[in-house]
Design a protein around this ligand. Structure first.
Ligand code: HEM
Length: 425
């Protein structure tokens, strides 16, 4: 438990723990049961953070770069054991590892070239690869009465796409996927010392691989994002170093993977759970983009992001000191009744669902939002085309990886209707 002086007048919720089994199973149920006094802000001793639930406050924090720093965005929730720290440092994983946790001007130094290389043209050029990969992955289960949508599609698709985008040779994809495993636990969970060392070892190996990839692309450029970044380096090596290119690749591949696995899983789950929704999008695939926005509001795959105050601020009437750590509950903002009418209803026809804060806002706004949505759209379109009568397998209890920021079902078993039809006589 953290021992910090809590801002005067701020409610304290001793029982709130975003890594508890109840919370992981259904965070929205925990939100719904919060005492009125704890909305919009309370302190959670279990993690040492102030929890913000209101859309307007979270929006203000994202936009207020002068008063808030992103430095804690990836900070381990629990201190890492020294051995894990050493492994990470030896592998080139510095305490300020990537663009998402840097403030200006260091952030812009990485963000500008990354945004230039990660252009709309490069994203759109991925469409044939996304379509082909989706088909190949679904062909592998063709004819099966039941399969796990996460293992079959939601996990491998974004990994394959982000690695292809970076120019990683296909023969290395399986190794990279294995290293990437449960990286989220290190900064966003409470891993045991043994698990910390294991994850740190994988992250260090992955970092070294990316640095070697940068060198290899330097010798032999290809049509990929790494080569685009190297071209920027070639224009002015002082502007972007080879280590920085490797750091950008780490950011992109981390941010472009579990986030999208979660979005595909959550979108499919919600469409299959809500009566009539799957049939509706199967008939009208043009509704799928709206379904994705509604899922990002209703059940976002990044439900929490973090900031720390750099000067005293007042949020919802509470005076917070400098150094206050903020748990921006993006999923709660998506259920804020002052912004979304009947927020607890999943509504395919909702106007303005895209006001959600699921991709953040302002200077750090998600660089891969369009790619993540594109992958999800093409995946759901193909699923609905192949299986217009898909349904959730009975009797499954969904489970979620124990971390605060990346959320999607770990397994989603679905039944295809094909094998339930009476055999032709
Ligand atoms: C599809 C689901 C995704 C969700 C819900 C999501 C969510 C987020 C969030 C909440 C942030 C932090 C924004 C902030 O601090 O204001 C972020 C940043 C970022 N995302 Fe995503 N993301 C997704 C997909 C992707 C993909 C596919 C990529 C790239 C391939 C990506 C790359 C990034 C990068 C590089 C940043 C850091 C940007 C910066 O610090 O300037 N994301 N994302």
């Amino acid at each position: 438990m953290a021992t910090v002086a809590v801002a005067p007048g701020c409610p304290i919720d001793e029982g709130f723990d975003p890594l508890s089994a109840d919370f992981l199973a259904d965070p929205h149920a925990v939100l719904a049961k919060l005492p009125a006094a704890e909305r919009p802000i309370f302190f959670a001793p279990s993690i040492g953070y102030y929890v913000l639930t209101r859309y307007a406050d979270i929006e203000q924090v994202f936009r207020g770069t002068g008063s808030y720093s992103a430095a804690v965005a990836q900070a381990p929730l629990v201190p890492l054991v020294p051995q894990a720290q050493q492994i990470l440092l030896a592998g080139g994983h510095r305490p300020q590892p990537s663009m998402v946790s840097l403030d200006e001007p260091a952030h812009a130094r990485l963000r500008k070239p990354a945004a230039r290389a990660f252009s709309a043209k490069r994203v759109n050029a991925m469409i044939p690869a996304i379509t082909a990969t989706t088909s190949r992955l679904l062909d592998a289960v063709a004819g099966q009465a039941e399969f796990d949508l996460v293992a079959v599609l939601a996990f491998p698709l974004p990994a394959t796409i982000v690695f292809s985008l970076m120019g990683v040779p296909e023969r290395d994809h399986a190794q990279l996927k294995a290293w990437c495993g449960y990286r989220a636990a290190l900064s966003w969970g409470r891993p045991s010392p043994h698990d910390q060392i294991e994850i740190a070892t994988s992250i260090a190996a992955y970092r070294r691989y990316l640095r070697d990839l940068v060198d290899a692309k330097g010798r032999q450029p290809g049509d990929d994002l790494t080569s685009d970044l190297l071209a920027i380096h070639g224009e002015d090596p002082g502007r972007l170093s080879l280590d920085e290119i490797s750091s950008i690749l780490f950011s992109l591949s981390f941010a472009g993977h579990e986030t999208t696995t979660g979005l595909i899983g959550n979108t499919a789950r919600r469409l299959l759970e809500e009566p009539g929704c799957w049939a509706k999008v199967a008939e009208r695939p043009d509704l799928i983009p709206a379904a994705i926005e509604e899922t990002l509001r209703y059940d976002p795959s990044v439900p929490v992001w973090r900031r720390i105050t750099t000067r005293p601020v007042t949020l919802s009437g509470v005076n917070l000191p400098q150094g206050a750590k903020l748990f921006l509950w993006l999923a709660a903002a998506g259920r804020d009744p002052s912004v979304f009418a009947q927020p607890d209803q999943f509504d395919l026809d909702r106007a303005g669902a895209d006001r959600h804060l699921a991709f953040g806002l302002g200077l750090h706004y998600c660089l891969g939002a369009n790619l993540g949505k594109l992958e999800t759209r093409l995946a759901v379109e193909e699923l609905a085309r192949r299986y217009p009568r898909l349904r959730l397998a009975d009797g499954q209890q969904l489970s979620f990886h124990p971390n605060i920021s990346f959320r999607g079902p770990q397994e989603l078993r679905v039944r295809t209707s094909r094998h339930e039809e009476p055999p032709a006589s």
